[in-house]
Design a protein around this ligand. Structure first.
Ligand code: HEM
Length: 388
């Protein structure tokens, strides 16, 4: 059977502003739905997204993971846009500092930095939970660990956000993002070797291309894998956490009464407000889910955020419940491309929430929150809060 068609444009302003009813409509329409306006096939149910992400031979990343062929024709050569064996090799170059054992060594420093920040913001009482709270660890500490020179760091946020915009369908937002993405690549390619902080992740990466098949000329492009996916994603997750605890004070009370629940709460935040909503794959072979077929050569969108709210998998999926066991969520993807920085992201969130739980009884809104529109990310641009 051919896939049912839908005219939902998952990159439109309306859908980006409130995606949940649209995602439900897609899940209910069938296991595979043809998005006629986006020229994509959507896989939106939990079990199907998870199975497809594990099947990289059919769902390839090597021809890009964006929704537009302009961007896919120009893949960055990074770990995200590759298949094995190249993928496994690139991953092995990058993953060392992101492994839990190595992050553990940074725990004291991260917690101290989070405590100092939260002390300062608590004294202020009012602050923007995005620019003043959520930006801090990803932008300052992580850029330093990567070893980026001071100049250029300020642009990183803009560049990272543009990179996610450029991955949507080729709409106005993606078109505007393209030159910024090019700027970002040019910045990392032109960082003078001696400007990377000695001993930093970037320095280690560039001094140690182990494999003979790896072209050291591309090593600098790989640096962007530490920066591009690590900023806006984590910032969105932290902003959403504050929003959710503002909107559900009883859940904050549960966490404050038992801070050992923080890791569980983090999984639930990521489940219910997946920062990366979807990426795509190129379909190499005909594939069927139930009796619906997906033709070889097509492009499929893997709807992480929809899978995380699939009522076939989760009871009351729209309820935020910090006691829920959400560990199976797909906010970090699944299979060979599962997020390499997930331990770092959860670690940053844990340090901040620990600092906040020890000090803040209530979050109140202190102004108009604004979502930050983006083709693939979901999060806030501005979230003014007052803390009690
Ligand atoms: C809450 C924060 C984060 C979220 C929600 C997130 C989400 C994701 C997702 C969904 C993927 C899978 C992409 C796919 O299957 O095509 C991914 C891959 C990746 N992420 Fe994250 N990410 C986060 C934080 C980070 C951080 C802090 C880093 C730090 C370096 C990072 C680095 C990467 C890299 C390098 C990949 C590519 C892995 C591969 O292709 O093998 N991410 N991320």
């Amino acid at each position: 059977m051919i896939a049912p068609a839908s005219d939902i444009d998952i990159y439109s302003e309306d859908v980006r502003a409130d995606p949940w009813p649209h995602y439900k409509a897609l899940r209910d329409a069938g296991p595979i739905v043809h998005l006629t306006n986006n020229d994509l096939f959507a896989i939106s149910r939990f079990k199907d997204v998870k199975a497809a992400l594990g099947n990289w031979k059919t769902f390839s990343s090597a021809k890009g993971v964006s929704a537009n062929e302009e961007r896919n024709a120009n893949v960055s050569g990074g770990v995200l846009e590759s298949d094995d064996p190249v993928h496994a090799q690139l991953r092995s170059f990058l993953q060392g500092p992101l492994l839990p054992g190595n992050l553990k060594k940074l725990e004291l420093r991260f917690q101290q930095s989070a405590d100092e920040l939260v002390d300062r913001l608590f004294a202020q009482q009012r602050f923007d939970a995005v620019s003043e709270l959520a930006h801090h660890l990803p932008v300052n500490i992580v850029s330093e660990l990567v070893g980026l020179p001071e100049e250029g760091r300020a642009n990183m946020l803009d560049w990272a956000s543009a990179s996610f915009d450029s991955m949507g369908s080729y709409n106005e937002r993606a078109r505007r993002a393209e030159p910024k993405r090019a700027e970002a690549l040019s910045y990392v390619r032109n960082i003078p070797r001696d400007k990377l902080l000695p001993g930093s992740w970037g320095d280690t990466l560039l001094s140690n291309p182990k494999s003979e098949t790896f072209d050291p000329k591309n090593a600098k492009d790989l640096l962007f894998n530490y920066v591009g996916p690590s900023l806006d994603t984590t910032i969105s997750a932290i902003g959403s956490a504050i929003w959710l605890f503002y909107a559900h004070p009883e859940q904050w009370d549960i966490v404050r009464a038992d801070p050992a629940l923080i890791p569980k709460a983090i999984e639930e935040i990521l489940r219910i407000e997946a920062p990366v909503q979807h990426f795509t794959r190129h379909v190499t072979h005909d594939y069927a889910i139930e009796d619906v077929t997906l033709p070889a050569g097509s492009r499929t969108v893997m709807m992480f955020a929809s899978a995380n709210r699939d009522e076939r998998k989760w009871g009351n999926p729209d309820d935020f419940d910090v006691r829920r066991d959400s560990r199976e969520h797909l906010a970090f993807g699944a299979g060979p491309h599962m997020c390499m920085g997930m331990h770092l992201a959860k670690f940053e969130m844990r340090c901040l929430l620990t600092a906040l739980a020890a000090r803040v009884k209530r979050f109140h809104l202190a102004g108009e929150p604004m979502r930050r529109p983006n083709n693939t990310l979901r999060g806030f641009g501005v979230l003014p809060v007052r803390v009690e």
